[in-house]
Design a binder for this molecule. Structure first.
Ligand code: FES
Length: 157
């Protein structure tokens, strides 16, 4: 049986099969979710906030709690979409604002441009570049360095 889920801030309602995880629903909606670790609960790039209906979701596992501890923008209502199964009705999800650094194909094309939304660290969700900032070459170099470090970390997991 399916359950209805509401997505904010895009004000979109979707149907999810009972016991399916939130990540598969987000991917079906073609939303901008990075899922860098492939849904293993290790990277936090599927981080969402639960605005309501937390009791209709599977409880947090030890793995999820451990990963959430590392996210700088983690709140009481944070969940990893890949680790969260839908069990009941009334769930409202808030997608964090911003785009993950690893989603940007060619960083050099950003030089001289003003970013509309924050650029986020793909592992801990921290804001690397605030929305509204103009990107300079030195910022791009810092971002490239961060990407290399992230790839090294992920290759060890
Ligand atoms: S996809 Fe990596 S933690 Fe969910």
């Amino acid at each position: 049986m399916a359950k209805q889920i509401k997505l904010e801030p895009i004000d979109h309602e979707v149907s999810v099969k009972t016991n399916n995880n939130l990540l598969s629903m987000l991917l079906q909606q073609k939303l901008n979710v990075n899922w860098k670790c492939g849904g293993r609960g290790r990277c936090s790039t599927c981080h969402v906030y639960i605005q309501s209906g937390a009791e209709s979701l599977s409880p947090k596992s030890k793995r999820e709690l451990k990963t959430l501890e590392l996210i700088s923008n983690c709140k009481e209502n944070s969940r990893l979409a890949c680790q969260t199964r839908v069990l009941g009705e009334g769930v409202v999800i808030e997608l964090p604002a911003g785009m993950y650094l690893s989603e940007i194909n060619d960083l050099d094309t950003l030089i001289g441009k003003r970013v509309q939304q924050p650029i986020l660290h793909p592992l801990d969700g921290s804001v690397l570049v605030q929305g509204g900032m103009t990107i300079t070459r030195s910022i791009v170099n810092e971002l490239k360095k961060a990407l290399q470090e992230i790839d090294q970390i992920l290759s060890k997991t």
